[in-house]
Design a protein around this ligand. Structure first.
Ligand code: UD2
Ligand code: MN
Length: 471
């Protein structure tokens, strides 16, 4: 039954998308596909879907950028093959492994079309995917547009349509994440699910951008290696520097999501990803970079390298602050706009600290020896009166007993706490009870109890986290 209803709705959406009017004169686009050791079949599935499902008049060329692959078939065989295709297609090669960011920059240099469309090398474009993207850029050349990214199974390669109700966000670790589109954005679109969706961030792999605008706004950060971070960097940059970032629900492209990267990260995954993320934090996050650095010693140790050019770019383009971004583009962000405190929360009697213990949704908050290393012991006390750690908020549904960590909903309710900086209590608004030290029976679980203002109910928010980069 449910499936039937869903099916009906989807057909309805597809029909409404089909009925949309697009300007007769759309710009041409070049497709840039970078790859490192991609499989032949998935690469060709991407290329053929572009050829078969894009109006020939709009498709300038397909540019394949081989990022120093080691597979034989990606050499001469690929070049011979693409020479036979009905659409101009050519292969560029980076001299040495450059990473996807610099490989895309190489591809972009050769673009002859008016718009650059980037795709990963394991995609399938669907009928009608291109027109709605290009139409949006015609209306405003500072709009950067993404299709809905459908899911191609990495086991069966079947195509599964993704939800049109998710947008891009990020957590304190600066990982890109999908979240549900808030009511606010639905209302801005008059509840029309086919209307362009303003997304705080993009996944990064699939988007179209006006070629001139791509360079005006600073293309990519060439200091980023291999993989990661460039999608958030570009998202913040677009919004903060006067552009618009959208998901276009009438455009669908499938992508093979894989559990693990199929290729190597020279020097180590963590080192590369943390280096790229540090560059994002240093250039774009202002004081909110503290949230990122609070999450791990790895993040604090990684070097961002020289970011002065990117900071100059930010100044030159007169970009707005991260506060502006949080206020206007992403008020639902996990990084709170206003907060009183970011740091450890220490019990005054036991001298132990609140600790998520690495637990997940719905589990109990714990306490343990205060290690001062951030991570599981860093909490923000926000102006919305949440006590939060990344996407988890302290949540009490029981007036007497343990307190759970629940996904923050920003609606008060069981997630509202008042910290009294005079008597040092953490009072739960809904029940009026106080957070208390753990007992001997269960030494790692603090409890909610009627307030008695004893020492075991006093908590210190005294060690603020404020990161000073070394240099
Ligand atoms: C997502 C993006 C991806 C990129 C990444 C963050 C989607 C669907 N995918 O991860 O485009 O933004 O987040 O950086 O939004 N590649 C190279 N050289 C390398 C490494 C990768 O050319 O050294 C190619 C790779 O073959 C692929 C593309 O870059 O075509 C993206 O890499 P991925 O598919 O491993 O990234 P993904 O989808 O996990
Ligand atoms: Mn991919």
């Amino acid at each position: 039954m449910d499936g039937g209803v869903k099916q009906h709705k989807m057909t309805n959406m597809a029909m409404r998308c089909k009925r949309k009017f697009y300007p007769p004169k759309l710009p041409t686009t070049s497709i840039v596909i970078v790859f490192h050791n991609e499989a032949w079949t998935t690469l060709l599935r991407t290329v053929w879907s572009v050829i078969n499902r894009s109006p020939r008049t709009l498709l300038k060329e397909i540019i394949l950028v081989d990022d120093a692959s080691e597979r034989d078939y990606l050499g001469k065989k690929l070049e011979n093959y693409v020479a036979t295709l009905p659409v101009k297609t050519f292969v560029l090669r980076t001299e040495k492994r450059s990473g996807l960011i610099r490989a895309r920059l190489l591809g972009a240099k050769h673009v002859a079309g008016e718009v650059i469309t980037f795709l990963d090398a394991h995609c399938e474009c669907t009928e009608g995917w291109l027109e709605p993207l290009l139409a949006r850029i015609v209306q405003n050349r500072r709009t950067v547009v993404c299709p809905i990214i459908d899911v191609i199974s990495d086991e069966t390669f079947e195509y599964v349509t993704a939800s049109d109700q998710t947008w891009g966000g990020f957590n304190w670790k600066l990982n890109f994440r999908w979240y549900r589109v808030p009511q606010r954005e639905m209302e801005r679109r008059n509840n029309d699910r086919t209307a362009p969706l303003r997304t705080p961030t993009m996944a990064g792999g699939l988007f179209s951008i006006d070629k001139k605008y791509f360079y005006e706004i600073g293309s990519y950060d060439e200091g980023m290696d291999i993989w990661g971070g460039e999608n958030l960097e570009m998202s913040f940059r677009i919004w903060q520097c006067g552009g618009i970032l959208e998901i276009i629900p009438c455009s669908h492209v499938g992508h093979v999501f894989r559990d693990k990267s199929p290729y190597t990260f020279p020097g180590g995954v963590a080192k590369i990803v943390l280096h790229n993320a540090a560059r994002v934090a240093e250039v774009w996050l202002d004081e909110w970079r503290d949230f990122y650095y609070a999450m791990s010693t790895g993040a604090r140790k990684a070097s961002a390298g020289d970011v002065s050019e990117r900071k100059d770019l930010r100044t030159r383009l007169k970009c707005k602050s991260f506060r502006w971004y949080l206020e206007n583009i992403y008020p639902e962000s996990l990084m709170p706009l206003d907060y009183y405190y970011l740091g450890e929360i220490r019990n005054s009697e036991t001298q132990t600290c609140l600790d998520t213990m690495g637990r997940k949704y719905g589990e109990k908050i714990g306490v343990s020896y205060c290690h001062g290393l951030g991570g599981n012991q860093v909490f923000a006390y926000t102006k919305r009166q949440q006590i939060m750690s990344d996407d988890l908020c302290l949540d009490a549904s029981n007036a007497n007993g343990p307190v759970n960590m629940v996904r923050c909903h920003n609606m008060g309710g069981n997630q509202e706490w008042v910290y009294d900086s005079d008597d040092k209590t953490i009072k739960h608004v809904n029940t009026g009870n106080c957070l208390q030290r753990s007992t001997r029976d269960d030494p790692t679980t603090p409890l909610l109890k009627p307030c008695d203002y004893s020492k075991g109910q006093k908590w210190l928010m005294q060690t603020k986290f404020k990161w000073q980069a070394a240099h």
